[in-house]
Ligand binder design. Structure first.
Ligand code: PLZ
Length: 446
């Protein structure tokens, strides 16, 4: 049989061995002897090839991909334009360090970001390697611009695993446990979580901002950072009006409003960026993940007065905005535009929503189905209560993996299943994955 790659891979679910198969088990043994045990794994298989809506493991099992590498391969693995631009670039120029000698693809990515991120105003961007690094740099910029120190973040937030971003992340296990002390001047306030607080957006914003005013002092705050839909925290969509109220308060108080769109960006929620659902225009926005179709690239984009407030040489890094990663980003962004993948995300959300609406009638452990576009989640609680059902999502994900469907969990309480398929997945494959997921939920819910 001729080997196929990328989107040419057969778009089918196929389980041909036990899961994990013999080759994956052999790799697990090598891993145990070579790789730090501190790294977890959502599924016990080892990937060999992927494209479209499938990931094929080393044993030849073909999984339906409902993870997209945690919202990264929105354009699919090995997307043709990404592969093409990367291949061309890798033969032309692989590295100079942008601070040693510049190159065009870096500037082209910044131009694209300035154009595509919310707001018609002039913007400037800087490129980095990872989401956490972008978050760190957004805070550096906001502090330099305001001359203030305090950073406001929210309950259920996830911003990364470096020291500052661990401190900004809400959940202890596994992210923070035993890794302190954390950076000072990070203040956490309640968020809007309609299922659990029953507040309107305006009420939730008032609660959060009063806390900031009394406990921090608005004039001490450099930046307020929020994910417009909380990602790792459980795909929590704030009540209408919450984000606009935060933004207004920031503007009134000279605080830099930073949207962390690292997980929500690049078509995932049905728009280029999730802030657009509420017409919110952030002062600064952090992006990564979906930006480059699987290559390590991240960015900070914002108003020129803010982005240019840092002294020359104040931002940088050896690899940030690597030419090959930039070429990948240009290929990925072109693909999202050509194929209108944001519209595709809306359709994916409809298919998922329909399947889950049917499921909700058949079990009493689902407290809420929520999300935007192709960023959907199910929160599980004990029937008739808000007590998190923490054991269920992991069991369901494991059952799905056995049947060739890759599913991720999430949530501060671990009681959420989240769905993040590549935006190029076909309707039939998506429907099949959802049927298997729904059956697994019914079986595990008992
Ligand atoms: N901000 C909103 O979602 C990364 C984390 C996976 P990096 N989320 C996936 C894990 O367990 O490490 C993320 C995010 C938001 C920041 C980040 C951090 O991005 O590229 O992982 O550093």
């Amino acid at each position: 049989m001729e080997e196929a790659f990328g989107p040419a891979l057969p778009q089918v679910r196929k389980v041909v061995t036990e899961i994990p198969g013999p080759k994956s088990r052999a790799l697990a043994e090598r891993r145990a002897a070579a790789v730090s045990a501190a790294l977890g794994a959502a599924v016990p298989i080892y990937a060999d090839r992927a494209g479209g809506g499938v990931v094929i493991d080393v044993d030849g099992n073909s999984f339906i991909d409902m993870a997209a590498g945690i919202a990264v391969t929105n354009v699919g693995n090995c997307a043709p334009l990404v592969a093409e631009r990367v291949t061309e670039q890798v033969h032309r120029l692989t590295h100079t360090c942008f601070m040693v000698a510049g190159y065009e693809p870096y500037i082209a990515v910044c131009e694209k970001l300035n154009e595509l991120t919310p707001g018609d105003h002039e913007k400037r961007s800087a490129l980095f390697n990872s989401g956490a690094e972008a978050v760190e740099n957004a805070i550096k910029v906001a502090r330099a611009f305001t001359g203030r120190h305090a950073v406001v973040v929210f309950e259920h937030a996830y911003h990364g695993r470096t020291n500052l971003t661990m401190g900004m992340t809400a959940k202890n296990m596994p992210y923070k446990e035993s890794f302190g002390p954390f950076a000072p001047e990070v203040y956490r306030v309640p968020t809007s979580y309609p299922l659990r607080d029953g507040l309107t957006g305006a009420e939730a914003a008032e609660r959060s901002l009063k806390r900031v005013e009394f406990e921090v002092g608005a004039h001490n705050v450099a930046a307020l950072m929020i994910e417009p839909v909380k990602g790792e925290g459980g795909f929590i969509v704030p009540a209408d009006g919450f984000l606009p109220a935060l933004q207004e308060w920031c503007t009134a108080n000279g605080v830099v409003f930073v949207a962390d769109e690292i997980q929500t960006g690049f078509g995932r929620t049905g728009k280029w960026f999730a802030c657009e659902h509420e017409g919110v225009v952030p002062d600064v926005i952090t992006t990564a993940k979906g930006i480059a179709g699987g290559f390590p690239l991240a960015a900070v984009t914002g108003r020129p007065d803010i982005m240019d407030a840092v002294h020359v040489g104040g931002l940088g890094g050896t690899y940030g905005g690597n030419p090959v990663a930039c070429a990948a980003a240009l290929g990925a962004i072109q693909t999202m535009q050509d194929e209108d993948l944001a519209a595709r995300a809306v359709r994916i959300g409809e298919i998922i929503g329909q399947k889950l609406a049917d499921l909700q009638g058949k079990t009493d452990v689902i407290a809420e189905v929520r999300g935007r576009g192709a960023m959907m989640a199910i929160e599980f609680t004990e029937p008739g209560t808000l007590t998190p059902k923490t054991d269920l999502p992991k069991a369901v994900a494991a059952a799905c993996a056995q049947q060739g469907v890759m599913i991720l969990t999430a949530g501060t309480y671990g009681n959420v299943i989240r769905l993040l398929p590549p935006l190029v997945i076909g309707d039939d494959l998506l429907g099949e994955a959802m049927d298997i997921l729904c059956e697994a939920i019914l079986a595990e819910a008992g």
